[in-house]
Ligand binder design. Structure first.
Ligand SMILES: Cc1cc2nc3c(=O)[nH]c(=O)nc-3n(C[C@H](O)[C@H](O)[C@H](O)COP(=O)(O)O)c2cc1C
Length: 154
């Protein structure tokens, strides 16, 4: 049976969505054929999406030293519905920031710790001037995550 990978992200001016596109491209690579990839914006994703997922990848810009409001709104809406129902599931993060990004990463990690999910790859953070060449790392994140899910490594 196919394993389920959920990608949830938010973007305002479009750069996080470029990272998301690369993550999704990697996750849907023909090298991995046993994983269904579902993509949702943080404003539309809900608890059913998270419960469906065997693993998930979240992407957010850093706004005011924190994850974006939309990503926080997603986590607010799913937290109690998913508490104790997703324990141990793997996740990874990608973040876009004007100059920092650490606040977005730590704020997402902190809430996800409360869901007892397990971070299985280092986040991809693109801070400062948007460096296209780093999109390869996003693609690799998606590919590695999907391959790990398929192989049952996580
Ligand atoms: C309201 C607002 C607050 C921001 N706060 C931060 C911040 O605290 N740290 C940072 O590194 N970048 C900050 N930025 C820059 C964004 O992270 C950056 O513009 C990013 O590219 C936005 O992602 P997007 O193109 O996907 O919307 C902020 C941008 C906005 C619009």
């Amino acid at each position: 049976m196919a394993r389920h990978l959920l990608v949830v992200y938010h973007t305002q001016s479009g750069t996080t969505s470029r990272m998301a596109d690369a993550v999704i491209r990697g996750a849907r690579s023909t090298a991995v054929d046993g994983v269904d990839v579902r993509v949702k914006s943080a404003l539309e994703a809900d608890a059913d999406d998270l419960l469906w997922a065997d693993g998930f990848i979240l992407g957010s810009p850093e706004n005011f030293g924190y994850m974006s409001g939309a990503m926080k709104y997603f986590l607010d809406r799913v937290f109690y519905a998913c508490e104790d129902r997703v324990n141990g599931r793997p996740f990874a993060l990608f973040v876009r920031a004007g100059n920092d990004g650490s606040g977005a990463i730590s704020s997402m990690r902190r809430i996800l710790q409360g869901l007892a999910v397990k971070e299985v790859q280092e986040p991809v953070l693109i801070a400062g001037v948007f460096d296209e060449s780093r999109l390869g790392e996003c693609e690799e994140l998606g590919l590695t995550f999907a391959a790990g899910l398929e192989a049952g490594i996580f």
